[in-house]
Design a protein around this ligand. Structure first.
Ligand code: BTN
Length: 267
């Protein structure tokens, strides 16, 4: 079912019990990328917690320069803006906390358990159900804002994924066998994000790292981490205090990675 752009925004705002997220909610039939739109709004000093939801995106962006397939009526494409007083190095913790909020949401709706793959992919049965693109907008001094963009595969049927995604993507509908109310998923995500963000501001990064670690299957697995020009293989051990992924390398040394594309080598 398509969104009712105005009434859904009003309804969602009315039912949302958030401290910071959802101060302003905008539903749009189409945009190029909700992340890019928030970036444009930032130049007009838009408030923290502004949320943009699009029915479809014509230029949805993923990590590492990839595109994000964004067909109407079946997926969620949403971005929100945080304005914490943080340094650039703390972007990775915000990314992880958004991942925690997302995995908790998907697990509220999915009949099969979803889990995180570092840094912020959400998988069910080794297929991707959700991705997050967190971007910092910064001119001088502290960041002007952190944009959290999320794409969730909610009601796609297998044949609705393009060929290159058919074997690597899934949706909550595929897992459960019936469609899900997208607005309920959005409401849950915004509520969880608000809660995780507040907890982080009160308690610091250790709470984020603990929750992230409870929702992954990565630790103890043999993985490869691809960083463009080179690939490193080792056993995933834990996240360090900065949210970096620590690998035990074949030479017996540990190394912490702050970015890269992880592939799991064994079951
Ligand atoms: C990834 O896993 O590569 C990240 C995907 C992020 C997609 C979302 S959809 C809403 C927001 N707008 C974008 O252009 N991208 C993010």
């Amino acid at each position: 079912m398509a969104y009712e752009y105005k009434s859904d925004a009003i309804e969602l705002k009315k039912n949302l019990c958030c401290k910071r997220i959802g101060s302003n909610i905008i539903f749009l039939p189409e945009t190029d990328s909700t992340n890019d739109l928030i970036k444009k709004y930032l130049t007009n000093n838009v408030s923290e917690g502004t949320v943009v939801v699009a029915e479809t995106q014509t230029g949805g962006r993923g990590r590492q320069g990839r595109s994000w397939h964004s067909p109407p009526e079946i997926g969620i494409y949403l971005s929100t803006l945080l304005k914490p007083n943080l340094e650039l190095s703390q972007l990775s913790i915000i990314t992880l906390l958004a991942g925690v909020a997302a995995v908790l949401t998907i697990n509220e709706f999915s009949h099969q358990s979803a889990y995180l793959k570092w840094p912020n992919d959400i998988l069910i049965d080794r297929k991707k159900v959700c991705g997050l693109l967190c971007e910092m907008v910064k001119k001088q001094g502290p960041p002007d804002g952190i944009i959290i963009g999320i794409g969730i595969n909610v009601n796609q049927m297998p044949e609705q994924f393009p060929d290159h995604l058919k074997n690597i993507a899934t949706s909550i509908r595929i897992v459960n066998g019936f469609p899900i109310d997208r607005l309920a998923v959005i409401k849950s995500f915004l509520t969880n994000l608000d809660h995780e963000y507040q907890t982080y501001l009160n308690e610091g990064e250790s709470s984020v790292i603990k929750k992230w670690s409870l929702n992954t299957k990565l630790f103890g697995k043999k993985v490869s981490i691809n960083r463009g020009s080179y690939e490193t293989t080792g056993s995933a051990m834990r996240l360090d205090g900065l949210g970096r992924l620590v690998l035990l390398l074949d030479n017996g040394h540990e190394e912490a990675f702050d970015s890269g594309e992880v592939s799991i080598r064994e079951k």
